[in-house]
Design a protein around this ligand. Sequence first.
Ligand SMILES: Cc1cc2nc3c(=O)[nH]c(=O)nc-3n(C[C@H](O)[C@H](O)[C@H](O)COP(=O)(O)OP(=O)(O)OC[C@H]3O[C@@H](n4cnc5c(N)ncnc54)[C@H](O)[C@@H]3O)c2cc1C
Length: 376
Amino acid sequence: MSTGLPGKQLNVTVIGAGIVGAAIACSLAQRGVAATVIDKGRPGGGATSHSFAWINATAKHPVSYHNFNRRSLGMWDRFAKGLNVDVGLRWGGQMEWAATAEGAADLESRAAQLQAWGYPCRMLDRAQMAQLEPGLSPRQVTAAIYCELDGMVEPALAAEACIRAAAKHGAAIRLDTQVTSLKVDSESAVVAAGGESIDADVVVLAGGVDNTRLAAMAGITIPQEDSPGVVIRTNPIAQPLFTNLSVVYAPSLEPGRPEIHLRQCLDGSAMIGEGTQESLARDDSQAHADELLARAAEYVPGLKGASAIPVPVGYRPMPLDGFPVIGFSPKAPNVYLALTHSGVTLAPLIAQLATMEIVDGAQVDLLYDYRPSRFD
Ligand SMILES: Cc1cc2nc3c(=O)[nH]c(=O)nc-3n(C[C@H](O)[C@H](O)[C@H](O)COP(=O)(O)OP(=O)(O)OC[C@H]3O[C@@H](n4cnc5c(N)ncnc54)[C@H](O)[C@@H]3O)c2cc1C
């Protein structure tokens, strides 16, 4: 690991301007690091632009990973405030209900587990559901839960704002510039990008799904699984769809079909996906988008008359064991990895901890389970 010599300004190249890389670059630049950010596209244009962007610790286990997410969730207010622009951060919680006896048993056990972990989550009856969210038409209900801490954000806006803030603190930003090679030794790293060679004390790999390829350039093995997901959009809807909630999970209308989830974005459009946050989906056709919207409109009358806009399949950064990969690699001590699913929830925490490890030379115990060396 290299944290630079005393008195010498640390020089860090961050590869990737998604929500994770952008947050790290912003945090490093604010600490006085000479940061360079390189992205082959635009800020937030990778997985970040496909994200449902539910900020939560609700769907995270075991308890250590739940707590990790919860800590980051608790940082989002301050993080967003520091960006000095509305990035669509909204709280209100997540409500989910079931329409079968089996679904009810699942929700009851999940609520009990979250309560045991100290995460506010409670069962609602039908009257409480209606009181909390009068805009919903839930049809058959066997049980419902409400997790009040959960929120949502516009992650591409947040990534753009982080890059602007990093630039304001002196970071060099190179967009539409692809990193083609990475050479590291014990003293430094050289990144080849856009026909140039850029020297750095530390290189942060925040390339999302491309991190496996980028890490391999430095002799590091970080396996990922293919994790395609589809979240469609609608045209902007003038009226608020929900009074209180930020995220809604509704049961399938037919047996054997996945549940759907939806939220309303800052521009009024709705995002609709199906299944869990890890479900694999590849159908990005107009027909499928129309069908998802029709299903959502059964529950959310405010969606009637909206048009569905298909969004191409997005690929989640997904380390093989599903958990984040964060930290310096023992194989290439000047390379810091930042790869994770749930990167929208986790960006503020990852940025803070990565900065402490890169700038202060700290070794954060909280990251012990998430070290790159577990794949060596
Ligand atoms: C369908 C879907 C739903 C999701 N829902 C949620 C959710 O509800 N809540 C949540 O917290 N998370 C969710 N996620 C996950 C979350 O979006 C990601 O974890 C997060 O966006 C990852 O951010 P990142 O910055 O690591 O990667 P990315 O956003 O992919 O950014 C990586 C960047 O690296 C750049 N790059 C790659 N290779 C190179 C190279 N060689 N040279 C230069 N630049 C390069 C890319 O251009 C890209 O901009 C979801 C993801 C998907 C796909």
